[in-house]
Design a protein around this ligand. Structure first.
Ligand code: SF4
Length: 205
């Protein structure tokens, strides 16, 4: 389980580097304090992409509160911050642990049936930055680097195909991920404490 979580986190780290680079080069960016994509109805995700979040919640003993919140069947993602601080980025309350879909949207590309790339983004960004959007659409089809949605889904598919194929409404996937990680820790044998003859050994471990 921990190995899979680390692997997913590595994919996220790489993706974050690539989306940041694309954002800088294309000059495309989210609208200030915008969180409309998180409010989208029918948002789906797979279980695997929320393992890192689940691990964070369980390790910090926040998972019971998250499960209680999930029990209320909220309409939107449970991580959507309820209160927004003026001047700060609105939206996700667990930004560092968000899922793959959350990281890809806006700064990645999908291929159409003719294998032509299109920026995978929202109408608000297209309307706000029409010139940047148009230029990015041209440049990504003539060599500009952009993360490709399918490539990143393939990468996590090879970490665990079963969890990567388990698609649900976002809150259902978050619940499943929390349950899996909590179960893992509950069943994990307690680490044996070895008596050390040499205290230096303990320091080096
Ligand atoms: S995890 Fe965060 S970024 Fe992803 S949908 Fe939920 S609130 Fe939005």
């Amino acid at each position: 389980m921990l190995d899979k979580i680390r692997k997913v986190e590595r994919v996220f780290k790489q993706l974050d580097k690539e989306t940041e680079k694309f954002g800088k080069e294309s000059k495309l960016r989210c609208l200030t304090n915008c969180n409309l994509c998180c409010f989208k109805k029918g948002l789906e995700a797979n279980v695997l992409e929320f393992l890192p979040l689940a691990n964070y919640l369980v390790k910090n003993n926040l998972h019971e509160a998250a499960l209680d919140l999930l029990d209320t069947n909220p309409e939107h993602c449970i991580n959507l911050a309820k209160t927004q601080v003026p001047g700060q980025t609105a939206g996700c309350s667990i930004y560092d642990h968000r899922g793959l879909i959350c990281r890809l949207f806006g700064f990645s590309a999908v291929r159409d049936k003719n294998a032509k790339l299109a920026v995978y983004t929202c109408s608000h960004m297209k309307n706000e930055f029409p010139a940047e959007y148009k230029l990015a659409m041209e440049r990504i089809n003539s060599g500009m680097n952009i993360p490709i949605v399918a490539d990143f889904y393939y990468q996590i598919y090879f970490i665990d195909s079963s969890m990567a194929n388990d698609y649900n409404p976002i809150n259902v996937s978050i619940r499943k991920a929390i349950e899996k990680v909590a179960y893992y820790y509950a069943c994990k044998p307690a680490k044996k404490v070895k008596a050390k003859a040499n205290p230096q050994e303990e320091k080096d471990e």
